[in-house]
Design a protein around this ligand. Sequence first.
Ligand code: FAD
Length: 367
Amino acid sequence: MRAIVIGAGIIGSAIALELRQRGVDVALIESYAEGGHTSAASAGMVNPFSLTPGDTPALPFYLSSLRIYPEWVRKLHTLTQIDVEWRQEGCLRVALTPADAAHLQQNLEWIHRYEPEASAIGTERALAWEPALNKEIEGVVYLPNEGWVNTERLMSALHRAVKLSGTNLYTGVPVLCIELTNQHVRGVRTAHGVIEGEAIVVAAGAWAGALLQPLGVHTPVEPVRGVILWLGDLPVPVRRILSSPQGYIVPRADGTVLVGATREQAGYDLRASAESYAYLVQALAHLAPPLLHATVLGHTVGLRPDTPDHNPYIGAIRGYEGLYIAAGHAYHGILMAPATALAVADLVLNGATSLPIQPFDPNRFMR
Ligand SMILES: Cc1cc2nc3c(=O)[nH]c(=O)nc-3n(C[C@H](O)[C@H](O)[C@H](O)COP(=O)(O)OP(=O)(O)OC[C@H]3O[C@@H](n4cnc5c(N)ncnc54)[C@H](O)[C@@H]3O)c2cc1C
């Protein structure tokens, strides 16, 4: 079988690699020289709970992906010799106001149903663990199993693994449209001609909806711009993810941290504004004031592929033989990538998966 995957972000690259490792002839097609700009620009948290505002049907899938992560990144390391700096050292989810603290307490009730090891810890203990935290915090929940990766390294490793696997990688080649014969996929049209395939997976991130719209397929995806600050020369180290309703801090292996993230409706504009910086500095001042003395090393910007219910589309498109989508992972694409790759490979090869993808039916908004 020849499968075509459109988009070499974390989702498309992970799917291409999984299909190739199961013996499929794969073409991975990417508009840009590298691909996965948003994936590389993200904070890299593998965090089912720390930013999830309430119980959601997506959680069983989030947790499946978290369980797979250690083995997934270990295999990538073996294949590529690139260390993606996977750390599973947990998160402190922090309340900064009495109202946040009440909400955090309610959150702990549903979090416990999935994660018995989550616990409320005293603010003194939290400050002893993480002296960068604001001394005025009102409540803390410790989520011991959340982790993170360095996404620039992860994208380099994935792209290298894809190349080593024998996938046909086309970069700098935008897919112009999907070619069909009698509702069966035939291939994709590019400026260089048609690339043929019997299965097509649209993994084009924030651009996925536009690729399917000409076929009458309604899978809306909107870009939500996110800016992150990168800080070094910290006056005190940070060892875990620190998250709050206002923002979060993610440590990196080299002692620097990422401070995220804005949520901006700015179309496909990838510039960071002064307002983005102002928002992030304010979040930092609330969450970890000692870090205001750190040095700004730079920033990253990405376009989250968001959907009306913030859940991705994962599955076969109704009415078209051989057409699949894996896009719209919004705020959790790094977390969900390994499980998405397994699920899509199962669907393409066997027509079904045991992974809990029911909330992600791509046909749910079809009129
Ligand atoms: C600031 C920020 C912080 C984030 N933090 C986290 C986090 O901590 N944890 C987490 O889980 N998630 C996080 N996310 C979300 C995560 O980054 C995304 O969900 C994820 O990167 C989406 O991956 P993707 O492969 O779908 O999209 P992308 O990385 O955008 O890849 C899609 C690719 O498709 C290509 N493409 C598009 N159209 C075409 C075409 N016609 N032909 C060929 N190629 C095409 C694009 O060029 C692109 O390379 C964050 C996002 C941002 C912006």
